[in-house]
Design a protein around this ligand. Structure first.
Ligand code: GTP
Ligand code: MG
Length: 263
């Protein structure tokens, strides 16, 4: 079983992409005459979500009732979300069993809206480790509205690098909702992700003073770390780029490095 985790800022398109890639893969594999039909499963790990665009094959809400958590521990909405996400670990064996019972080849995992709940508390990496999976990938979503200017791009890259550092798994950076960008904007953002000198040129042109100095230093830091990789544009709305995303997943699952042991 190959596990793909979708992680990103609130509203960046995680849930919609979970549905879109699962549906695309189902349809593509059915239409393809050369490959065997692959089976897919969608997992919802967001205890606070009211509605998901996909029918979850495994749903954390079957184990954790967010409103009940709020009442029992007398918490506000945010505190209850923190507690509810931390509680996932209590049910990890049951959730893992349900995932394994699906027998799916590809498991797409939708994570909680607030990125810090899953990525920066103890629970997220622990959940990810305990759920196992033959191979795993983290897909980090860059929201177009946040990365149109160099400083927004660098801040999102910092967030993505922090997530990569937390999970230490193969990591893909996606440019979500690519349908809302025009061609020039898309080329510009992807250009920054592919070539630091174009990012530095944009910093030089658009930023001044201390902000410019810091931005250039951060850009150099990413270059030294080698963390940046070309952004993969995807649209859940038009399905553009889903084939490219699948190709990258396959590269990692079928041919890439074996980062995790079989579970
Ligand atoms: N135009 C466009 N809109 C999108 C796309 N993907 C998602 N959206 C919209 O973006 C909004 C947020 O999408 P979600 O999939 O709920 O995002 P999320 O990251 O799961 O959100 P939270 O779980 O609340 O953090 C919704 O209104 C979606 O319809 C896309 O590819 N194109
Ligand atoms: Mg969501």
């Amino acid at each position: 079983m190959y596990y793909t985790y979708f992680i990103g800022p609130a509203g960046s398109g995680k849930s919609t992409l979970t549905y879109a890639i699962a549906d695309w893969l189902k349809v593509t594999s059915m239409e393809s005459e050369i490959s065997d039909t692959v089976s897919v499963a969608c997992v919802n790990l967001d205890p606070g979500v009211r509605w998901t665009p996909y029918p979850p094959d495994v749903d954390v809400r079957d184990f954790i009732d967010y409103n009940e958590v709020m009442r029992t521990y007398q918490l506000g909405p945010n505190g209850a979300l923190v507690a509810a996400t931390d509680l996932i670990i209590t049910y990890i064996d049951e959730i893992k069993e349900e995932i394994q019972d699906t027998g799916a080849d590809y498991v797409f995992i939708d994570t909680p809206g607030q990125i810090e709940l899953f990525s920066f508390r103890v629970a997220g990496p622990k959940i990810c480790k305990e759920l196992g999976g033959k191979k795993k990938v983290v897909c980090f979503l860059f929201e177009p509205g946040l990365v149109l200017d160099p400083s927004g791009f660098i801040s999102t890259l910092l967030l993505s690098s922090a997530v990569e550092y937390r999970f230490f798994l193969p990591h893909l950076n996606l440019l979500s909702k690519s349908d809302i960008l025009d061609e020039e904007e898309m080329e510009r953002i992807i250009g920054w992700s592919e070539n630091f000198s174009s990012l530095n040129t944009a910093i030089d042109m658009q930023v001044s003073g201390m902000e410019r100095e810091k931005s250039l230093r951060m850009s150099k830091l990413f270059e030294d770390l080698g963390t940046i990789s070309s952004l993969i544009p995807v649209s859940s709305k038009s399905s553009a780029g889903l084939d490219g995303l699948y190709a990258e997943l396959q590269r990692i699952f079928a041919g890439g490095e074996d980062f995790e042991s079989e579970t």
